[in-house]
Design a protein around this ligand. Structure first.
Ligand code: NAD
Length: 249
Protein backbone atom coordinates (compact mmCIF):
# COMPACT_ATOMS: atom_id res chain seq x y z
CA UNK A 1 0.00 0.00 0.00
CA UNK A 2 1.31 3.45 -0.97
CA UNK A 3 2.16 6.06 1.64
CA UNK A 4 -0.50 8.42 0.25
CA UNK A 5 -3.09 5.84 -0.77
CA UNK A 6 -6.43 7.56 -1.45
CA UNK A 7 -5.15 10.95 -0.25
CA UNK A 8 -5.88 14.11 -2.22
CA UNK A 9 -2.73 16.15 -2.87
CA UNK A 10 -2.61 19.63 -4.41
CA UNK A 11 0.72 20.70 -5.92
CA UNK A 12 1.08 24.27 -7.15
CA UNK A 13 3.57 24.52 -10.01
CA UNK A 14 3.02 20.80 -10.58
CA UNK A 15 3.75 20.97 -14.30
CA UNK A 16 7.53 21.46 -14.12
CA UNK A 17 10.72 20.70 -12.19
CA UNK A 18 10.39 19.85 -8.50
CA UNK A 19 6.58 20.10 -8.56
CA UNK A 20 6.26 17.64 -11.44
CA UNK A 21 8.75 15.19 -9.87
CA UNK A 22 6.73 15.39 -6.65
CA UNK A 23 3.50 14.75 -8.54
CA UNK A 24 5.11 11.62 -10.03
CA UNK A 25 6.31 10.45 -6.60
CA UNK A 26 2.89 11.11 -4.99
CA UNK A 27 1.15 9.31 -7.85
CA UNK A 28 3.34 6.22 -7.32
CA UNK A 29 2.32 6.33 -3.65
CA UNK A 30 -1.38 6.22 -4.51
CA UNK A 31 -2.38 9.90 -4.21
CA UNK A 32 -5.15 11.54 -6.21
CA UNK A 33 -3.65 14.70 -7.65
CA UNK A 34 -4.38 18.31 -8.43
CA UNK A 35 -1.64 20.21 -10.24
CA UNK A 36 -1.71 23.91 -11.01
CA UNK A 37 0.53 26.18 -13.02
CA UNK A 38 0.44 29.04 -15.47
CA UNK A 39 0.61 27.15 -18.74
CA UNK A 40 -2.36 24.99 -19.80
CA UNK A 41 -0.31 23.15 -22.45
CA UNK A 42 2.36 21.85 -20.07
CA UNK A 43 -0.33 21.17 -17.47
CA UNK A 44 -2.16 18.94 -19.96
CA UNK A 45 1.04 17.13 -20.95
CA UNK A 46 1.94 16.57 -17.29
CA UNK A 47 -1.57 15.30 -16.49
CA UNK A 48 -1.42 12.83 -19.41
CA UNK A 49 2.01 11.56 -18.38
CA UNK A 50 1.01 11.22 -14.75
CA UNK A 51 -2.03 9.12 -15.66
CA UNK A 52 -4.41 8.06 -12.88
CA UNK A 53 -6.69 10.57 -11.23
CA UNK A 54 -5.28 14.03 -12.01
CA UNK A 55 -6.98 17.41 -12.18
CA UNK A 56 -4.89 20.06 -13.94
CA UNK A 57 -5.95 23.68 -13.39
CA UNK A 58 -4.43 26.81 -14.88
CA UNK A 59 -4.16 29.33 -12.04
CA UNK A 60 -1.72 32.16 -11.39
CA UNK A 61 -0.68 31.84 -7.75
CA UNK A 62 -0.33 35.60 -7.38
CA UNK A 63 -3.93 36.23 -8.47
CA UNK A 64 -6.47 35.69 -5.69
CA UNK A 65 -9.43 35.29 -8.06
CA UNK A 66 -7.55 32.52 -9.89
CA UNK A 67 -6.77 30.82 -6.57
CA UNK A 68 -10.50 30.91 -5.82
CA UNK A 69 -11.12 29.20 -9.16
CA UNK A 70 -8.46 26.57 -8.42
CA UNK A 71 -9.94 25.61 -5.07
CA UNK A 72 -13.51 25.70 -6.39
CA UNK A 73 -12.39 23.11 -8.96
CA UNK A 74 -10.69 21.03 -6.24
CA UNK A 75 -13.86 21.20 -4.14
CA UNK A 76 -16.02 20.11 -7.02
CA UNK A 77 -13.79 17.16 -8.01
CA UNK A 78 -12.48 15.91 -4.66
CA UNK A 79 -14.24 17.86 -1.88
CA UNK A 80 -11.19 17.83 0.43
CA UNK A 81 -7.41 18.11 0.60
CA UNK A 82 -4.98 15.97 2.61
CA UNK A 83 -1.66 17.32 1.30
CA UNK A 84 -0.85 20.80 0.00
CA UNK A 85 2.57 21.33 -1.57
CA UNK A 86 3.03 25.08 -1.98
CA UNK A 87 5.71 24.91 -4.62
CA UNK A 88 5.00 27.50 -7.33
CA UNK A 89 7.76 30.08 -7.41
CA UNK A 90 10.13 32.10 -9.53
CA UNK A 91 13.76 33.13 -9.16
CA UNK A 92 15.07 36.56 -10.13
CA UNK A 93 18.52 37.78 -9.20
CA UNK A 94 19.98 41.29 -9.28
CA UNK A 95 22.36 43.40 -7.17
CA UNK A 96 20.76 45.84 -4.72
CA UNK A 97 21.28 48.89 -6.92
CA UNK A 98 19.67 47.19 -9.93
CA UNK A 99 16.57 45.76 -8.22
CA UNK A 100 13.49 47.44 -9.70
CA UNK A 101 10.11 47.80 -8.07
CA UNK A 102 8.79 45.47 -10.77
CA UNK A 103 11.27 42.67 -9.91
CA UNK A 104 10.60 43.16 -6.19
CA UNK A 105 6.82 43.00 -6.60
CA UNK A 106 6.89 40.07 -9.00
CA UNK A 107 9.05 37.87 -6.76
CA UNK A 108 7.15 38.74 -3.56
CA UNK A 109 3.74 38.48 -5.28
CA UNK A 110 4.37 34.93 -6.46
CA UNK A 111 6.73 33.50 -3.84
CA UNK A 112 5.26 34.99 -0.67
CA UNK A 113 1.83 36.52 -1.30
CA UNK A 114 0.98 33.65 -3.64
CA UNK A 115 2.05 31.04 -1.10
CA UNK A 116 0.20 32.82 1.72
CA UNK A 117 -3.13 33.07 -0.08
CA UNK A 118 -2.80 29.58 -1.53
CA UNK A 119 -2.86 28.30 2.04
CA UNK A 120 -5.66 30.66 3.10
CA UNK A 121 -7.85 29.66 0.16
CA UNK A 122 -7.12 25.93 0.67
CA UNK A 123 -7.98 26.07 4.37
CA UNK A 124 -11.73 25.35 4.16
CA UNK A 125 -10.94 22.17 2.20
CA UNK A 126 -8.06 20.92 4.35
CA UNK A 127 -8.85 17.83 6.37
CA UNK A 128 -7.86 17.65 10.01
CA UNK A 129 -4.31 16.21 10.21
CA UNK A 130 -3.50 17.47 6.71
CA UNK A 131 0.10 18.26 5.82
CA UNK A 132 1.23 21.51 4.22
CA UNK A 133 4.72 21.67 2.74
CA UNK A 134 6.28 24.95 1.63
CA UNK A 135 9.05 24.99 -0.95
CA UNK A 136 11.58 27.46 0.44
CA UNK A 137 15.28 27.53 -0.51
CA UNK A 138 18.76 27.27 0.91
CA UNK A 139 19.02 30.90 -0.25
CA UNK A 140 17.05 31.81 2.88
CA UNK A 141 20.08 30.76 4.98
CA UNK A 142 23.01 32.03 2.93
CA UNK A 143 24.26 35.50 2.08
CA UNK A 144 24.35 34.89 -1.66
CA UNK A 145 25.06 38.09 -3.64
CA UNK A 146 22.20 39.29 -5.89
CA UNK A 147 19.64 37.13 -4.08
CA UNK A 148 18.28 39.73 -1.61
CA UNK A 149 14.67 39.72 -2.83
CA UNK A 150 14.44 35.99 -3.67
CA UNK A 151 16.09 34.98 -0.36
CA UNK A 152 13.75 37.23 1.64
CA UNK A 153 10.71 35.77 -0.14
CA UNK A 154 11.84 32.28 0.88
CA UNK A 155 12.80 33.27 4.45
CA UNK A 156 9.22 34.50 4.82
CA UNK A 157 7.99 30.96 4.13
CA UNK A 158 10.10 29.56 6.97
CA UNK A 159 8.33 31.84 9.44
CA UNK A 160 4.97 30.81 7.96
CA UNK A 161 5.76 27.17 8.71
CA UNK A 162 6.04 28.12 12.39
CA UNK A 163 3.19 30.62 12.77
CA UNK A 164 0.67 28.62 10.78
CA UNK A 165 1.61 25.35 12.52
CA UNK A 166 0.75 27.15 15.77
CA UNK A 167 -2.53 28.50 14.39
CA UNK A 168 -3.61 25.17 12.93
CA UNK A 169 -2.43 23.02 15.83
CA UNK A 170 -5.92 22.32 17.15
CA UNK A 171 -6.79 20.69 13.83
CA UNK A 172 -3.60 18.63 13.71
CA UNK A 173 -2.53 20.34 10.49
CA UNK A 174 1.26 20.35 10.21
CA UNK A 175 3.13 23.01 8.23
CA UNK A 176 6.75 22.31 7.33
CA UNK A 177 9.20 23.52 4.70
CA UNK A 178 11.76 21.96 2.43
CA UNK A 179 14.79 24.07 1.54
CA UNK A 180 16.50 22.75 -1.56
CA UNK A 181 20.01 23.63 -2.66
CA UNK A 182 20.63 23.98 -6.41
CA UNK A 183 18.41 21.52 -8.28
CA UNK A 184 18.58 20.98 -12.02
CA UNK A 185 15.20 22.24 -13.26
CA UNK A 186 13.86 24.61 -15.97
CA UNK A 187 14.03 27.47 -13.43
CA UNK A 188 17.55 28.23 -14.68
CA UNK A 189 16.30 28.67 -18.26
CA UNK A 190 13.73 31.22 -17.07
CA UNK A 191 16.24 33.60 -15.49
CA UNK A 192 16.71 35.60 -18.68
CA UNK A 193 20.44 34.81 -18.71
CA UNK A 194 22.44 33.75 -21.79
CA UNK A 195 23.26 30.01 -22.00
CA UNK A 196 26.92 30.92 -21.28
CA UNK A 197 26.04 32.71 -18.04
CA UNK A 198 23.76 29.83 -17.02
CA UNK A 199 26.59 27.33 -17.66
CA UNK A 200 29.11 29.46 -15.73
CA UNK A 201 26.75 29.91 -12.79
CA UNK A 202 25.99 26.19 -12.80
CA UNK A 203 29.71 25.42 -12.55
CA UNK A 204 30.14 27.78 -9.62
CA UNK A 205 27.11 26.25 -7.85
CA UNK A 206 28.58 22.78 -8.32
CA UNK A 207 31.81 23.94 -6.67
CA UNK A 208 29.85 25.22 -3.66
CA UNK A 209 28.00 21.93 -3.13
CA UNK A 210 30.12 19.47 -1.09
CA UNK A 211 28.61 16.57 -3.07
CA UNK A 212 29.95 18.28 -6.20
CA UNK A 213 26.73 18.20 -8.18
CA UNK A 214 23.27 19.66 -8.57
CA UNK A 215 20.45 17.89 -6.79
CA UNK A 216 17.84 16.04 -8.81
CA UNK A 217 14.13 16.97 -8.63
CA UNK A 218 13.36 13.39 -7.50
CA UNK A 219 15.61 13.84 -4.47
CA UNK A 220 13.49 16.79 -3.34
CA UNK A 221 10.30 14.90 -4.23
CA UNK A 222 11.23 12.10 -1.83
CA UNK A 223 11.87 14.66 0.93
CA UNK A 224 8.47 16.22 0.26
CA UNK A 225 6.87 12.76 0.36
CA UNK A 226 8.33 12.25 3.84
CA UNK A 227 6.87 15.58 5.02
CA UNK A 228 3.53 14.81 3.35
CA UNK A 229 3.09 11.36 4.88
CA UNK A 230 2.55 10.09 8.41
CA UNK A 231 6.27 9.15 8.47
CA UNK A 232 6.94 12.74 9.59
CA UNK A 233 4.13 12.83 12.17
CA UNK A 234 6.34 14.44 14.88
CA UNK A 235 7.58 17.28 12.63
CA UNK A 236 5.82 20.63 12.56
CA UNK A 237 6.89 24.23 12.10
CA UNK A 238 10.25 23.05 10.89
CA UNK A 239 12.32 22.62 7.78
CA UNK A 240 14.36 19.98 6.01
CA UNK A 241 17.41 21.34 4.24
CA UNK A 242 18.20 19.22 1.18
CA UNK A 243 21.28 20.89 -0.24
CA UNK A 244 24.03 18.31 -0.68
CA UNK A 245 25.70 19.69 2.46
CA UNK A 246 26.12 23.25 1.12
CA UNK A 247 24.98 25.01 4.28
CA UNK A 248 26.60 22.64 6.78
CA UNK A 249 30.03 21.43 5.62
P1 NAD B 1 10.41 25.40 -12.42
O1 NAD B 1 10.56 26.71 -13.10
O2 NAD B 1 10.67 24.16 -13.17
O3 NAD B 1 8.99 25.29 -11.74
C1 NAD B 1 8.32 26.39 -11.21
C2 NAD B 1 6.84 26.07 -11.20
O4 NAD B 1 6.14 27.16 -10.60
C3 NAD B 1 6.29 25.92 -12.61
O5 NAD B 1 5.39 24.84 -12.62
C4 NAD B 1 5.53 27.21 -12.86
O6 NAD B 1 4.42 27.04 -13.69
C5 NAD B 1 5.09 27.54 -11.45
N1 NAD B 1 4.83 28.96 -11.31
C6 NAD B 1 5.67 29.99 -11.40
N2 NAD B 1 5.03 31.15 -11.22
C7 NAD B 1 3.72 30.81 -11.03
C8 NAD B 1 2.54 31.56 -10.80
N3 NAD B 1 2.54 32.89 -10.76
N4 NAD B 1 1.39 30.88 -10.64
C9 NAD B 1 1.34 29.53 -10.70
N5 NAD B 1 2.43 28.79 -10.92
C10 NAD B 1 3.59 29.42 -11.08
O7 NAD B 1 11.39 25.51 -11.17
P2 NAD B 1 11.67 24.56 -9.89
O8 NAD B 1 13.12 24.64 -9.69
O9 NAD B 1 10.99 23.27 -9.98
O10 NAD B 1 10.99 25.47 -8.76
C11 NAD B 1 9.98 25.04 -7.89
C12 NAD B 1 10.16 25.72 -6.55
O11 NAD B 1 11.40 25.29 -5.98
C13 NAD B 1 10.23 27.24 -6.61
O12 NAD B 1 9.47 27.79 -5.56
C14 NAD B 1 11.71 27.54 -6.39
O13 NAD B 1 11.93 28.78 -5.80
C15 NAD B 1 12.09 26.40 -5.46
N6 NAD B 1 13.53 26.11 -5.43
C16 NAD B 1 14.18 25.71 -6.56
C17 NAD B 1 15.54 25.47 -6.51
C18 NAD B 1 16.33 25.04 -7.72
O14 NAD B 1 17.57 25.10 -7.68
N7 NAD B 1 15.71 24.60 -8.78
C19 NAD B 1 16.23 25.62 -5.30
C20 NAD B 1 15.53 26.04 -4.17
C21 NAD B 1 14.17 26.26 -4.25
Amino acid sequence: MGKLEGKVAVITGGNSGIGLATAQEFSREGARLVISGRDQKTLDVAARELGGEVLAVRADASNLAELDRLFAAVKERFGKIDVLFVNAGIAKFAPLDAVTEELFDQVLDINFKGAYFTIQKALPLLNDNASIILNASIAAHLGLPDSSVYAASKAALLTLARTLSAELLSRGIRVNAVSPGPIRTPIFDRLGWTPEVVAETAKSFEKQVPLGRFGRPEEIARTVLFLASADSSFLLGTEIIADGGTSQL
